[in-house]
Ligand binder design. Structure first.
Ligand code: B1M
Length: 211
């Protein structure tokens, strides 16, 4: 039987091979994919962040942990997406300019797809003009901006300004999220909403597209 709790250790230790093997085994035994993410994988990345902060870990360890997380997520993502129903809107999502963190953004994208949204994922380090171009070309009604660094949070404001300048602000709702982002910051920069996690992002996107 798969020991799902070990998934936490494999990610903290940056052991991608075992992270993938345990995830495979757990899924084969019908483990809930979302529970694997919320109970073991996200807390593991939080622990990695904590160790980085107190200088037990350095960038190489972060990279190894991220690789283990990604390996496991590749197996989980299609299962989250499968939960989807009727398309409820079109979302353009990306991590803002200067920011390479994409694990949380990928999770939000998968959950949105699972929540019935059509998702255009622009990746990480996305310039404001790329968001503008995608919103125009794909006629999106929601944009989700992710930032994990305090120094890249201002790129959210710049992206909102670019959507404004392009005359798109009236037809697209902007939602923001990421560990350092808060509701207060969202209000300050004129976003339409803030979501603390992937589940909240889906709920918010649903509410906001119904208005
Ligand atoms: Co970096 N990093 N990192 N990192 N990294 C953090 C963010 C940090 C908090 C670590 C720490 O010091 N404790 C710190 C930021 C400090 C700050 O600015 N306040 C930090 C730093 C400093 C750095 C570098 C500067 C390190 C260096 O080079 N000296 C550098 C910057 C590179 C850059 O981006 N330009 C860097 C690099 C990296 C790696 C590349 C090595 C790697 C990322 C790999 C990748 O993503 N492909 C990495 C990692 C892995 C982390 C930590 C450990 C984990 C991030 C993560 O994946 N979490 C992180 C510490 C931490 O967060 N505990 C850290 C799991 C993920 C599921 O959670 O992304 O928060 P999260 O997403 C959540 C919510 O925030 C929310 O939903 C998600 C799911 O619930 N959410 C949204 C996210 N986006 C949303 C969008 C929405 C809604 C909700 O739209 C509506």
């Amino acid at each position: 039987m798969a020991d799902s709790a070990k998934l936490y250790d494999t990610i903290v230790n940056g052991n991608a091979k075992d992270a993938v093997a345990i995830t495979k085994e757990a899924l084969a035994e019908n483990a809930d994919p979302l529970e694997l993410v919320t109970r073991y994988m996200i807390p593991a990345m939080d622990e990695v962040g904590r160790r980085f902060e107190c200088e037990d870990y350095f960038v190489p360890e972060l990279l190894l942990a991220a690789r283990a997380m990604k390996g496991a997520m590749e197996l989980i993502r299609p299962l989250l997406v499968e939960r989807g129903a009727e398309p409820s809107g079109r979302v353009v999502i990306g991590t803002v300019k200067g920011d390479l963190h994409d694990i949380g953004k990928n999770l939000v994208a998968s959950m949105l797809e699972g929540g019935g949204f059509e998702v255009v994922d622009l990746g990480a380090d996305v310039a404001p003009e790329k968001f503008v171009e995608a919103v125009e070309q794909k006629s999106a009604n929601v944009v989700c901006l992710s930032a994990l660094l305090t120094v890249t949070m201002p790129s959210m404001k710049t992206t909102i300004a670019a959507l404004n300048d392009a005359g798109l602000r009236g037809r697209v709702k902007v939602l923001v999220g990421g560990a350092p982002v808060t509701q207060q910051y969202a209000d300050e920069i004129g976003a339409d909403g803030y979501a603390e996690n992937a589940g909240a992002a889906v709920k918010l996107a649903r509410t906001i597209t119904k208005v």
